[in-house]
Design a protein around this ligand. Structure first.
Ligand code: ATP
Length: 946
C-alpha cells in the first residue's frame, strides 16, 4: 500500500448526499470517489462514487462495537474489512462488485482514527513504547487528542502500553478514556498483549476498565487466556480465570490453553490449568430446561413469557428471554438454546457436544461430553454453559437475561402413559414469576477481588468444589437425563425405563404402543419446515399455494451428448470473463511476492530444491505435488509406475512421497459393489495397514474404484487420480491411493451414504430444506472454493457427483473431467468435443467450450436446483438440444416448490448470462452457512484448508 504518498485524504465528514453529488459531477473521471458520514445510521459511512457521469452511493456498514470493521452493503460480494482505509484500498485494487474500481480520491481529510486499521507512529506511541511515563502524562494533560490513533501496525498507545510500559502509563491512558478493546493488524487487543507478560495487577486494572476477557483474535482465534498460557504467565492465567474467563476456549485450530502451555513447555501453567477447579455454575436447569419441545412450542412459550414480563413492566426490554430444550427434529436433533434477540426475533442455537482429549487421552469419562455453541468455549455441564452466556453475550445476539422456567411436571404415574409434549401441547401457564436473573448476584466468583491474591481465591474455591473441571460433569450434574436422551429413547423402545430417567423426564414417558401410535404425527410435526409439509405417511406435499403433488422422478442419469470440436475463442471472448475474488487475491499475493501465489513451474526438481532450502512449516505431500507438477505429468508418472516402466530418479524424498500413494493389492480386501460408473464398478472394502512401530495391524474402510477395461481409458482414470492426489479438503472426497493388481484400482475415502442424488431420491421425505440442503449446499460451495484456490475447474459438478460421508457432510467427487488452469488464466477452453453433461453447463461452455470457476458456479446452481427439486432431472423430459435452446433464449430452471424465494434468487444469480455477473464460491459458501433460523449452521460446514 502506498500509504506515505497517499495520505488517505478522501474523507469528507458530514457532507450531504446532494453536496457529494454536486462535487463529484464536476467532470471527474470514472472511479472518482469520496467517503462521508452516513446521515441515516450513526457509525456508518457512505462511499460516493462517480461512474458514467452518475454518482452512486453505497452504505458502508460498521460491524461490532469498538473495532472498526466495515463492509459495503452489496447484494453479491459483501466483504468485511478492518478499517475504512483497508476497505478503500480493497476497492481501489479491483471493482469487486462495484460498477468500477475506486481511482481518484476527492481530496479533503484523512478518516477519523477510530475508523482506521493503520496510521502513523505519533508522539504518544513513541513515549508509551519507551515507557516514558512523564511524557505520556504531559501529552494527555495538555489536551493531546489522538489517544486512539493507530500506528503502522494498527496499534494504539494502549496496545503499546500493554506490551512495553508499566502500570503508571496504563492508568494515565485509561483515565483519558482510550479505547480498550480495539484490535491491531495482528488481531490482538491490548489484553492479549498484557496477558503475555504483565503482572496480575496490570491485568486486573485493564479488566476493571472493561477489557474483554473473551476478546478473540480474528486471525487465530486466541483469547487472552491462550496468550497467558502460551507465554507461561501464571499470574495472568489466574487473574483471567478470576474474571470468569472461560477455562476452555478454543483457537481457530481447536487448541485449548493447556495445549498451548504444553507446546511451549510452560509446565506450571499446564499443570495449573489441568487441575483448575471450575466453580459451581450460578444457575440451575430448573430455571430454564424444558425437555423435549418443538421449535414452534418453544417460540410460543418464549413469546408468551415475554408478554407476561411486559404486562408487569411495560418499559422492559425483553430481549434475552431464553429457554433450553431438547429437539427431536432431524434438522437439529439435540440440545437447543432458544432465545429472544433484540429485534424480537426468536433464534435457535444448537448446543453441540464433544469429547476432549489431551495427548490423545480422553479427559472426560463415563460417556459425558463437553458442551459448546459454535466456536465458543467448552463447558463440562449445561449449567456452566448457560451461566457463561448469562454473563457474556459474546457469540450470541444478546446475553441471556430472563430464563423461562418449564411448567411444573405432573407426577409420574407408576406406569408411563403421559403423552410427549409435542403430541399434546401443554396449556397451563408457567408457574414461576418472571424474575430477571443476575448472574453476578448468584455467582460466588464474579470479578470483585482485586485486592486478594489470585491463589488464595483459587484455594478457597478448591474447598467449594474439590474436583477438577475435567470431571465436574459427574459431580455437578446428578440429573444426567439430558445426556441420556438417546439411551432414554433406546431403553423406551425396549420397554424399559430406569428410575433416574423417569424422575426427570416424566413428561416424555410413553409406552411402546403410544410411541407407535404417535409416530406418524411425530413425523409430521418434527419434519415440517417453513418450506414444506409432510403428510401422515411421510410423503411430501407441496406448499398449499400450488396444491398439486410433486412427482419425484426416478431416472436421473447424467445427460451427455457428443459435441463437435469447438472453434478457438476470440479476444473479445477473453475480455468477456472476469476474475473471481480468489483469483484477484492470488494475483495480488503474487505481485507482492506473497507465498500464496501460483508457482508457474513444472520443474519438479527445482521446486523441490527450493523447498529443501526453505522447508515449509508443515510440508505436505499435497503442496509438493501441486506446486511441482501438472496433472498430466503425474498421470504419466503413475502410468509408468503402473506398467512397471522404470521412472526417472528424482529426489528420493519426492519419490518416497509419490510412492506413498501406491498400495500393494494384497493390502486391500474387496467387499460388496456399491456403485458403477464410467470406469467400472465401485466396491466397499478394507485397507489393511501395519504400524511400523508396533507391528499392529489396523484396517480402514475404503471405497475401491476399479478400472474395468484395462486399456481403453487408463490414461483418464490415472488423470482423475492425479487430480485427486493434489486435493486435501474436508469437502472433497479424499484419494487414499492407487493400486495395481489384476485391475487398476483407485482407493478412496468411503462415503457410506453414497451419492447425494440417490440419498435424496431415497430419503426425500426426511430431508429438511432448512437444514441438510443448506449445509450440503454450503459444503459443496466450500469445497469448490478450495478447488478454485487450487486453480482447478471441476466441469462435472452435479448432485450425482456429490457423496455423503454422513448426514451432515457432503463431499465433492468425480474429478474425471477436472482441469487445472494455467498460471494467470481464469478459464480453460476445450477445442475438442466430448461427452458433456450439457444440462449442468453454462452457455459459454456448451457454445464456446469455455470453462472457468464461473462456469462451475453455473453448474453449482443446477446442483442446488436438483437438491431442492428432490432429485428431479434438470429441464425434465425435453431433449438436450431443446435445453440448450431454452437456456440460450434466456429461460431458466423453474423454482422448485421446496425452495424458498431467497434461495431461488441465488440460483438465478448463478445462471446469469455473463460469467462475471455470477456470485463467487466464497459468497455462496457464506450465503448457505448463514441461516436465518439456526444461527450456528456454519459449524456444520467444514472450512478447513481454505
Ligand atoms: N468414495 C466413494 N464412497 C462411496 N460410494 C462411492 C464412492 N465413489 C463412488 N461411489 C459410488 O459409486 C458410484 C459410481 O461412482 P463413479 O465415480 O465411478 O461414477 P460416476 O459418478 O458415474 O462418474 P464417472 O462415470 O464419470 O466416473 C457413485 O454414484 C457412488 O454411488
Amino acid at each position: 500500500m502506498s500509504r506515505d504518498s497517499d495520505p488517505m485524504k478522501w474523507y469528507h465528514g458530514s457532507l450531504s448526499r446532494e453536496a457529494a453529488d454536486d462535487l463529484l459531477k464536476q467532470g471527474y473521471e470514472d472511479g472518482t470517489f469520496l467517503v462521508r458520514e452516513s446521515s441515516t445510521a450513526a457509525g456508518d459511512f457512505v462511499l460516493s462514487l462517480l461512474c458514467q457521469e452518475e454518482v452512486c452511493h453505497y452504505q458502508v456498514r460498521r460491524h461490532g462495537g469498538e473495532d472498526a470493521f466495515f463492509s459495503i452493503d452489496d447484494k453479491v460480494q459483501t466483504k468485511i474489512l478492518h478499517g475504512l482505509d483497508t476497505l478503500v484500498d480493497y476497492y481501489q485494487q479491483a471493482a469487486n462488485g462495484l460498477p468500477t474500481k475506486l481511482t481518484v480520491p476527492l481530496i479533503r481529510d484523512p478518516p477519523p482514527h477510530n475508523t482506521r486499521s493503520h496510521g502513523v507512529t505519533n508522539l504518544l506511541h513513541r513515549a508509551t513504547a519507551k515507557n516514558e511515563s512523564k511524557v505520556v502524562f504531559e501529552l494527555l494533560k495538555c489536551g493531546y487528542r489522538n489517544f486512539d490513533a493507530k500506528n503502522q501496525d494498527g496499534q494504539t498507545a494502549l496496545h503499546l502500553a500493554a506490551l512495553y510500559s508499566d502500570e503508571d502509563i496504563l492508568k494515565h491512558l485509561l483515565n483519558a478514556k482510550v479505547q480498550v478493546n480495539s484490535s491491531d493488524s495482528f488481531g490482538c487487543q491490548p489484553l492479549h498483549y498484557a496477558a503475555r507478560s504483565k503482572p496480575a495487577s496490570f491485568i486486573r486494572t485493564l479488566i476493571a476498565a472493561q477489557a474483554n476477557v473473551q476478546g478473540r483474535n480474528i486471525e487465530n482465534g486466541y483469547v487472552p487466556l491462550h496468550e497467558a498460557a502460551k507465554h507461561g504467565n501464571l499470574e495472568a492465567v489466574q487473574e483471567l480465570l478470576l474474571a470468569e474467563a472461560p477455562p476452555l476456549p478454543r483457537t481457530s485450530s481447536g487448541e485449548f490453553p493447556f495445549d498451548l502451555a504444553k507446546e511451549a513447555g510452560q509446565t506450571s501453567v499446564e499443570e495449573f490449568l489441568m487441575n483448575y477447579k471450575l466453580p459451581p455454575a450460578s444457575t440451575t436447569r430448573e430455571q430454564w430446561y424444558h425437555g423435549t419441545l418443538t421449535r414452534d412450542e418453544a417460540v410460543a412459550i418464549l413469546k408468551k413469557h415475554a408478554q407476561e414480563l411486559l404486562a408487569s413492566q411495560p418499559q422492559l426490554d425483553t430481549s434475552g428471554c431464553f429457554l433450553v430444550r431438547y429437539s427431536e427434529s432431524p434438522a437439529a436433533s439435540g440440545l437447543v438454546l432458544t432465545l429472544l434477540s433484540s429485534d424480537q426475533m426468536v433464534k435457535n442455537f444448537r448446543i453441540s457436544q464433544a469429547d476432549l482429549y489431551q495427548n490423545g487421552v480422553k479427559l472426560q469419562s463415563g460417556g459425558s461430553k463437553f458442551l459448546y455453541i459454535d466456536d465458543g468455549p467448552y463447558w463440562p455441564s449445561l449449567e456452566h454453559l448457560i451461566s457463561h452466556f448469562m454473563r457474556f453475550s459474546y457469540g450470541l445476539p444478546v446475553s441471556l437475561k430472563f430464563p423461562v422456567p418449564p411448567q411444573p411436571k405432573p407426577e409420574v404415574p407408576s406406569f408411563a402413559t403421559i403423552p410427549r409434549s409435542s403430541v399434546k401441547p401443554r396449556t397451563t401457564p408457567p408457574a414461576t414469576p418472571p424474575t430477571p436473573v443476575s448472574p453476578h448476584a448468584h455467582s460466588p466468583h464474579h470479578h470483585g477481588h482485586p485486592h486478594v491474591p489470585a491463589l488464595t481465591i483459587a484455594k478457597k474455591k478448591q474447598k467449594e468444589n474439590s474436583s477438577s473441571m475435567f470431571n465436574t460433569l459427574r459431580l455437578t450434574s446428578p440429573k444426567k437425563a439430558l445426556f441420556d436422551m438417546n439411551s432414554l429413547r433406546k431403553s423406551k423402545s425396549k420397554g424399559k425405563r430406569s428410575e433416574s430417567e423417569s424422575s426427570v423426564s416424566g413428561s416424555l414417558a410413553r409406552t411402546e404402543q403410544e410411541l407407535q401410535a404417535a409416530a406418524p404425527m411425530l413425523k409430521s410435526l418434527s419434519f415440517s419446515t417453513e418450506f414444506s409439509t409432510f403428510n401422515a405417511d411421510g410423503g411430501l406435499v407441496v406448499a398449499p399455494a400450488s396444491g398439486e403433488l410433486y412427482n419425484v422422478p426416478r431416472n436421473n442419469t447424467p445427460i451427455e451428448m457428443d459435441l463437435p470440436p469447438i472453434a478457438q475463442k476470440t479476444e473479445a471472448e477473453v475480455e468477456y470473463f472476469t476474475k473471481s475474488d480468489v483469483a484477484i487475491e492470488r494475483e495480488r499475493a503474487v505481485q507482492s511476492g506473497g507465498v500464496n501465489g501460483y508457482q508457474p513451474t513444472v520443474d519438479v526438481l527445482s521446486v523441490w530444491d527450493q523447498q529443501m532450502i526453505k522447508p515449509p512449516a508443515a510440508a505436505r505431500l499435497n503442496s509438493l505435488i501441486s506446486t511441482g507438477s501438472t496433472e498430466s505429468e503425474m498421470a504419466s508418472y503413475l502410468q509408468r509406475k503402473c506398467s512397471g516402466t522404470p521412472t526417472t530418479p528424482t529426489s528420493s524424498a519426492l519419490e518416497a512421497a509419490k510412492l506413498r500413494f501406491f498400495i500393494e493389492p494384497e493390502n486391500l480386501v474387496l467387499e460388496s459393489e456399491i456403485g458403477h460408473g464410467e470406469f467400472g464398478s465401485v466396491h466397499s472394502g478394507w485397507l489393511m495397514r501395519k504400524s511400523a512401530a508396533s507391528g499392529e495391524e489396523t484396517r480402514v474402510e475404503v471405497a475401491i474404484k476399479m478400472l474395468s477395461d484395462e486399456h481403453s481409458n487408463k490414461q483418464e482414470f490415472l488423470r482423475e487420480a492425479s487430480v485427486m492426489m493434489r486435493l486435501e479438503h474436508k469437502c472433497i472426497v479424499r484419494l487414499i491411493g492407487i493400486s495395481k493388481g489384476e485391475m487398476l484400482m483407485m482407493v478412496q475415502e468411503l462415503a457410506p451414504l453414497g451419492s447425494m442424488l440417490q440419498y435424496i431420491l431415497d430419503h426425500g421425505a426426511e430431508i429438511s430444506a432448512n437444514s441438510e440442503l443448506k449445509v450440503w449446499a454450503s459444503q459443496v460451495a466450500c469445497g469448490m472454493h478450495y478447488l478454485e484456490s487450487q486453480h482447478f475447474v471441476h466441469r462435472d459438478l452435479a448432485a450425482r457427483n456429490i457423496l455423503l460421508t454422513a448426514r451432515q457432510q457432503a463431499k465433492i467427487s468425480d474429478f474425471g473431467m477436472s482441469r487445472s488452469l494455467r498460471p494467470g488464466s481464469t478459464e480453460y477452453q476445450f477445442t475438442q468435443g466430448g461427452r458433456w453433461p450439457i444440462r449442468w453447463y453454462a452457455p459459454e461452455s456448451f457454445n464456446l467450450g469455455i470453462f472457468s470457476h464461473a462456469s462451475d458456479v453455473w453448474s453449482f446452481g443446477v446442483t442446488i436446483w436438483e437438491m431442492f427439486a428432490l432429485g428431479a432431472p434438470p429441464y425434465g423430459e425435453i431433449s438436450n438440444v431443446d435445453a440448450i435452446k431454452l437456456v440460450d433464449s434466456g429461460e431458466r430452471l423453474p423454482q422448485p416448490s421446496l425452495c424458498p424465494a431467497y434461495i431461488y434468487a441465488v440460483m438465478q444469480s448463478c445462471w446469469k448470462e455473463r460469467p462475471k455477473d455470477r456470485p463467487t464460491f466464497a459468497y455462496l459458501m457464506e450465503f448457505f452457512a448463514r441461516d436465518p433460523d439456526y444461527q450456528n449452521l456454519p459449524e456444520l460446514v467444514q472450512t478447513v484448508h481454505i
